[in-house]
Every structure is written in C-alpha cells, then in structure tokens.
Design a protein around this ligand. Sequence first.
Ligand SMILES: C[S@@+](CC[C@H](N)C(=O)[O-])C[C@H]1O[C@@H](n2cnc3c(N)ncnc32)[C@H](O)[C@@H]1O
Length: 183
Amino acid sequence: MKRSQPHLFLRNLIKHPRTTGAIWPSSTYLVDEIVKQVNYHPEQYVVELGAGTGVVTDALLKKRIPLDKLIVIEYNPAFVKLLQTKFKGLHIIQGNAIELLSLLSSERGKVGTVVSSLPLRMLSKPARKKIVEQIYDLLPHDGRYIQFTYSYLDNDFQPFKNKIYSKRVWLNLPPARVDVFLK
Ligand SMILES: C[S@@+](CC[C@H](N)C(=O)[O-])C[C@H]1O[C@@H](n2cnc3c(N)ncnc32)[C@H](O)[C@@H]1O
C-alpha cells in the first residue's frame, strides 16, 4: 500500500465528490511547491485545511514544522482516522473550515501560515467567502495564506489583495496552481 492511500481517496471521492474535490492525492511535485512557500516562525502555528490522506501534512513535518506547531483541520472522519494513525500526537481537528475561527478560538493571533487544499471552487460562493474571510481574520499582519487550485480562472480571494506568488505545477495531474497571499 502506498503512503498516500490513493484507494481510500478514490473511495471518498465516490462517496463525497464535492468535498473530496480531487481524483487522487496531490503529487510530490505539487506538495513540494506548496511546502516551499511556508515561511515558518517558531513562535507561530501552521494550520493545514483539508489534509485528506496527509501528503501535505507529511511534507510539512519533514520541513521541520514541529509536531506541536502544526494544526490540521479535516472534515471527513475517514481521513481523520487515517491521519490520527499516521501522525501520532498531531493536533487534528475533525471539523468544517467554515467554522474556522471557532475551531481555533484559542490559537487566534498565533497562526502565521494557513495551507489550504480545500476544494474552494466546489463550494457555494457564500461558503467560499466565509472561509476565506475567516482565514484572513485568523492571520496576523504579514501572515501567509497558501492555496492550491485546479482552476484556470483568477479566483476571487477577497479580502486578500496581495498575491505574492503564483505557479502552475504542470507535472501534477491535473495540473494545479499554487497561489500565495500575504495579509
Ligand atoms: C483536494 S483534497 C486534498 C487532500 C490533500 N491535502 C492532498 O493534497 O492530497 C481536499 C480535502 O479537503 C477536505 N475538505 C473539503 N471541504 C472541507 C471543509 N469544509 N472543511 C475541512 N476539510 C474539508 C476533504 O475532505 C479533502 O480531504
């Protein structure tokens, strides 16, 4: 069995197509591009939204984000169960990113980077807006929001205005774009 558990991903895609949002886990090309954009400060937390089978989580920990400085939020209980088995001691929250601020009420002001694999384009416009606004409110000035998308459109990430980086990873299937915003 491969570490990224593609069969579990596929099964959940069939069961929950809108929230799973991809046909298989992100490739190492995409994961490396995402993780490269994390600017870690030891006094701050990194929050990962939509961890799935944990390919980004694994790379974040390998980048030396300490276990106690990474917080993962994942909606699907089947993925949460897998993540708990793979990453012992990691703070994993089973919850909906639409309730981000209440899920992280005690970490507010202490989160330096949000890494999101959420399938935003599958959500309704109000839901997407609510999530992105809460990511904005969670971050301090200069905090980073890293989001990948399969879209070719320049999506609306209001209230973020300062996009500092954007790159399409052609070797990922399907090709995905990594966007980085600074608050
Ligand atoms: C495209 S997959 C990405 C999985 C993994 N990070 C990767 O790159 O392979 C999206 C993940 O976001 C989760 N997800 C979707 N909507 C969510 C929400 N509202 N709150 C938390 N997690 C959500 C899904 O269950 C799924 O695991």
